[in-house]
Ligand binder design. Structure first.
Ligand code: PLP
Length: 395
């Protein structure tokens, strides 16, 4: 008798992705055969590890379309990258009397956390307005760019609704106002081509079929790297910006994940967009105006679908979805609140923000997976609607 129930269909790819077996294969030798410390520069074990790190940097820079040399600084995750990006600039900004940081309220908690630490150090944090689609209000950004503004940190694409920001326009506004532009590109990198340039971006391996525990800052503006102050002191690793022995196996894996993304990204994006559109069309044909799609239809990540239903108990809806693994907000906030702050910022009511699901497709999600998911999500919603109707008619 098999007591192990089948695993639910994984539709939570914003939170993480399954490591690609090709990535894992490439990582394995770096645990046992090639375990040298990349900073050991007097023996061949160290040399081969240092060379592997260099090669991975090139692969990551190539995918980002950044300079091949000296563009990448490895960290342990994108949360760390965001902190290094923002907090590492505070000294420089202070020295220029630029004490204002511009961001949005729909950033990932790691950016919101980092700017809150900057606020504790006396920086003024200004939250640029966002439209109901999740795109930032460029006029508001322009208006906020005074002589005190030193840094803009705005994500390339949103981690809940998948809205892609007007990065080229933001970059131009920043350039014209002598403001540094950091972008958290975790959800966009490896999923869509980065066809614009901020000064630097944060990226994370585990969002693109690489291993957990490896992130990076990628600099399009290489002079900027030298101006960032490290958050910890010790060794000279990663240009002394991130002291500590590098995670060589994960770094090798990240490089291979980027190499794969470079060749397969467009094909994967088309595949996931087809499945995503099928899901939305099926659900909207069944529920009409009872459900709404959140975010931008025009500027959206191809693997993302965020839906809210009206007049149902969101917690009850989610609790019925036993065979699909989804989220209703950023996994980094799970346990903190049961509704999406991002959706509230986009103008949804708390009830709609609570009755929402975030679907994230992976490159290996199949049509059979999404067909089953659509049925499960739809049947659960149907039951709740009938329940609400019954309650209504008994009043
Ligand atoms: N930034 C964004 C937009 C994210 O979606 C995430 C993870 O969900 C992070 C940063 C944090 O990434 P990591 O798990 O590598 O710290």
């Amino acid at each position: 008798m098999n007591l192990v129930s089948p695993k639910p269909i994984f539709l939570d790819a914003h939170s993480t992705t399954k490591t690609d077996p090709r990535v894992l294969d490439a990582m394995i030798p770096w645990f046992i055969e090639k375990f040298g410390n990349p900073s050991s520069n007097l023996n061949s074990y160290g040399w081969e590890s240092a060379a592997a790190i260099e090669l991975s940097k090139r692969k990551i820079a190539t995918l980002a379309d950044a300079p091949i040399q000296d563009a990448v600084v490895f960290t342990s995750c994108a949360t760390e990258s965001n902190h290094l990006a923002i907090l590492g600039l505070l000294k420089l900004l202070k020295s220029k009397n630029k004490t204002k940081i511009l961001t949005t309220k729909i950033e990932h908690s790691s950016v919101l956390g980092a700017v809150s630490l900057a606020a504790e150090q006396g920086f003024e944090i200004v939250y640029v307005k966002t439209e109901s689609t999740g795109r930032i209000d460029l006029n508001d950004l322009k208006n906020q760019c005074d002589e005190k503004a030193g840094l803009v940190s705005i994500a390339w694409a949103n981690h809940e609704v998948g809205t892609i920001q007007p990065v080229a326009e933001i970059a131009e506004i920043c350039r014209n106002n002598d403001i540094i532009f950091h972008s958290d590109a975790v959800q966009a990198f490896g999923k869509i081509p980065l066809d614009a340039k901020s000064d630097f971006i944060s990226v994370s391996a585990h969002k693109i079929y690489g291993p957990k525990g490896c992130g990076a800052l990628v600099f399009f503006n290489s002079a900027l790297r030298e101006k960032i102050a490290p958050l910890q002191k010790g060794g000279q690793q990663e240009y002394a910006l991130r002291p500590g022995t590098e995670n060589v196996p994960a770094i090798v894996g990240f490089g291979v994940a980027c190499e794969i993304a470079k060749t397969e990204m467009i094909q994967n994006a088309n595949h996931m967009r087809t499945l995503r559109d099928f899901m939305w069309q099926s659900l909207s044909a069944r529920f009409g105006s009872r459900i709404q799609r959140n975010g931008s239809i025009q500027f959206d990540l191809p693997h993302n679908l965020n839906i809210s239903a009206s007049g149902v108990d969101g917690a009850a809806w989610l609790s019925q979805l036993k065979n699909v693994a989804i989220s209703n907000a950023s996994s980094c906030l799970s346990g903190v609140q049961d509704y999406s702050q991002v959706l509230m910022e986009l103008g949804l009511t708390k009830e709609m923000a609570r009755a929402s699901i975030r679907i994230g497709l992976s490159h290996d999600t199949a049509m059979t997976d999404v067909s089953l998911a659509v049925k499960e999500i739809g049947d659960a919603l149907d039951r709740l609607i009938q329940f609400e109707n019954m309650l209504g008619s008994n009043l």
